[in-house]
Design a protein around this ligand. Sequence first.
Ligand code: SAH
Ligand code: SF4
Ligand code: F3S
Length: 448
Amino acid sequence: MSKKIYIETYGCQMNFSDSEIVASVMTSHHAKIAGSPEDADVILLNTCSIRDNAEQRVVNRLRALQHLRKRRPGLLIGVLGCMAERLKEELLEEKTPGLRVDLVAGPDAYRQLPELMADAETGQKAINVLLSADETYADISPVRYTPGGVSAFISIMRGCENFCAYCVVPFTRGKERSRDPRSVVTEARRLVAEGYREVTLLGQNVNSYRWKENGSGKITGFSELLGMVASVDPRLRVRFATSHPKDMSDELLHRMADHPNICKAIHLPMQSGSSEVLKRMNRKYSREDYLDRIAAIKRILPGCGLSTDIIAGFCGETEEEFEETLDLMDKAGFDFAFMFKYSERPGTRAAEKYTDDVPDAVKTRRLTAIIDKQQALSMESNRKDVGKTMEVLTEGPSKRSGQMMMGRTTCNKVVVFPDQGYQPGDYVRVKITGCSAATLKGESANED
Ligand code: SAH
Ligand code: SF4
Ligand code: F3S
């Protein structure tokens, strides 16, 4: 009998990509994908542990889902992903009364989901949190959430061994491993054949992608892989995330310059503008190194989009160190940033070695100042685009108004423009006529 599975995803793009693997494993075992939790025999939450509030969201969701058990006896609720890996058996122990979980599977255990589900159905303990040194799911063809969509993710590697002091990912995702470049190219070809117009290559630190061919010993690095994917079709846009400043090479920037279809946007998480804080964070680059990378981007790829991640209030962060973050933001001139308050994660180096000593009120104040600064930088960057004409890849109707379409520029900026019968996937030349800090507005400059 075919079961209906509902998958809900939290966290990063990697997790969204993994949910497509889970959907593929399950549908090839005769399961069907349910449209809502109410309609499902099995509810799987693919979870994130990056900050405490990410975990709290999942706990609240698990609590809210329990009432469905009354309506559907035999309903199974499972936890996948990083929280499964971090909390393991603890999740099955029903620590909070009534908060029951039937199945726990870590990020490298998705091939075993059908067996785990069979165990859970018979009331056995269903848990697999083994991390693998070589699992890349390379042979699994992901089931896309958005068939007929415009943009898709391709995971090119898994795991992380950088051990940034604040970060839980090396513990939840295990060893870094790269996927066979041929399987990456095959997946990109398949996506093009299905009508996709954009792919994003994913890894925690794509710059350390490295594949060694058995036999010949030939090594493929990230720049080469990127070139291979860009050569699949000149009309396919190619993006990637995330770059680690310590390993982002000039070679990569030149490769981006060589291929017009490699999008001119780089996500380069800075975390902090202070060399001392970066040292405590174990990021392995200094403020000067970061500035050197920014200068290389501006030299080799003028006009390239630039985004970042910033943490406010890491252990021991002084007022001066925080000011250095604001200053580095100005110097880099980011178009966009993800900004967070430091959240201590159990088991990480920071939790063991340092004290989480910046008071919450100070973290909040610093985060607010960082957000305000970024708002001004985004506005300034968007204002400079007013008057220019840009190529936009249409994604679909704008959320605000059905008469407007939205799409993105190569620099990853969102553009809203009047719908003149465009379809998702159309490339449209748009003249930018106005902006807010978050969006560019424009009108079609296509020649009829
Ligand atoms: N691999 C990527 C980042 C993955 S996590 C990289 O190395 O850049 C995404 C972002 O979450 C990080 O860049 C960092 O800014 C933030 N982050 C990670 N751990 C955190 C923590 N404990 N508290 C607050 N923010 C955190
Ligand atoms: Fe976490 Fe650092 Fe790895 Fe990124 S590179 S996932 S921040 S340990
Ligand atoms: Fe979260 Fe795991 Fe991604 S902790 S950010 S889902 S790798």
